[in-house]
Design a protein around this ligand. Structure first.
Ligand SMILES: [Zn+2]
Length: 146
């Protein structure tokens, strides 16, 4: 039986051979839309499109696997702000329903849109700092062709 010539990459925590990276500074840099390694180059090329590589240090961003995690985190963050506020306002002031809906829905939309890119950047910085996915073998900043 012939097997396809595919290399399976197993992610392991071989921390002895990996450089230590500061998780918080990488997440802060990602949160502000900057490269998690140098803090200079732009992380995003569009609203939620991560750039291919850092324009300053050349770090390859393609190994990131943020997927749906930023959206889930934004839902959790905004939900923990809006729901307690809505409950507190309803119990103490009980304003009209149309007023509550217009305020809560618009705040939820605006806060979610404002938080989505920074949270995605922080997730990418987190993955880079922990050498997750392909971030462990591109330390040299070399950009592989193709
Ligand atoms: Zn960089």
């Amino acid at each position: 039986m012939q097997s396809a010539n595919t290399e399976t990459k197993v992610w392991s925590r071989n921390s002895a051979s990996l450089e230590k990276r500061d998780v918080w500074s990488a997440m802060k840099r990602g949160f502000s839309g900057r490269c998690p390694r140098c803090g200079q180059g732009k992380l995003f090329r569009a609203f939620l499109k991560v750039a291919d590589h850092c324009s300053v240090c050349g770090l390859d961003f393609t190994p990131h696997r943020a997927d749906d995690l930023p959206a889930y985190l934004v839902i959790v963050i905004v939900g923990h702000i809006v729901v307690p506020a809505a409950l507190w306002i309803e119990t103490n002031y009980s304003p009209e329903v149309w007023l509550q809906l217009s305020v809560y829905l618009s705040f939820t939309c605006v806060a979610s849109l404002l938080l989505l890119q920074p949270v995605k950047g922080a997730v990418v910085g987190f993955q880079w700092a922990l050498h997750m996915h392909g971030f462990d073998d591109n330390d040299g900043g070399e950009i592989s062709p193709g």
